[in-house]
Design a protein around this ligand. Sequence first.
Ligand code: F0G
Length: 351
Amino acid sequence: MGWPGVIEAYRDFLPVSSRTPVITLLEGNTPLVPSTRLGPHLGLRLFFKVEGANPTGSFKDRGMTVAVSRALERGARGVLCASTGNTAASAAAYAARARLPCLVLLPAEGVAVGKLAQVAAHGARLVLVQAGFDAAMAAVRALAAELAVAVVNSLNPDRLAGQQTAAFELCEALEGAPDVVVLPVGNAGNITAYWQGFRAFQAAGRIATLPRMVGVQAEGAAPLVRGEAVPQPETVASAIRIGHPVSWDGARRAVAESGGQVLAVSDGAILQAQRALAEEEGLLVEPASAAAYAGVERLAVSGLARGSLVVCVLTGHGLKDPDVLRRGVALPEPVAPDLDTLRQVLTRHLA
Ligand code: F0G
């Protein structure tokens, strides 16, 4: 039969019953790719959890299958979210499948074009707000009850429950928990969900030890590192351009209880990490995901034990944000299609 999607795979750990209509795109079961160059170079046993391989190209699908299924079960009039793009793309796809109206509030500036295209393609109602993510999120929280819609942001416990499944998959693939999990932090739902997942698997006797949780923020959008909200967050990693995360407490607990940390990396380090993953490992990820690898590099130089088993969570696909990829690329002059010219050009490239 093949992989059934995260609800059927982990039903016992999720808030669903036999009455829940399961809306799924067979998300989850994403590759855990061993690093062949970057990890060995850093002296780490490094694996990449490739969440861009989910149906809409990001990890959001794990939570969205649960949140949309439950919204349908409860008879919601529709689903609503604020988003930097990926949550909206995922909500739009799952709502389309459930035939529920989907309303999304996005910042008018800076959302990656691939995500906008996804939202439009799935027929979601797009509202562009003249503000950043944090203001859009506040509006969603204020209006959800009177509109009788289900909020499918990660403050919805169904989303977090679904996102735990990535932690379950890691433990099963590695036959235990890794030493360290490194992931990018924006609204802080995912780090909260991973920690919840590891704790649940431990309580069920499925793993003996717990990993250290390391969250990575961009320097210009690092409220958890600074210990205070950032009014005008700015970073090339638009997915995590968030100054006032909703799941702040969950992130703080995950880091404190696991003996982990939150660190900030520069936009330069993020873009360099994105290039390294693409050129050295064959993994194309969006900037927010590359931030996690920039964090791994930082940990390696700041004294992470050699040989540590580290999982770097690559949260979203690189094609989500083609503008960032195009920035550094100068296309070559077109050449004539005759064999002499092409032989000459190709031979030069092989040299
Ligand atoms: N990576 C990507 C690609 C994301 O899209 C996000 C969040 C994160 C990391 C951070 O995860 O918010 O749980 O801490 N994107 C949200 C969105 C905010 O609206 O798509 P988080």
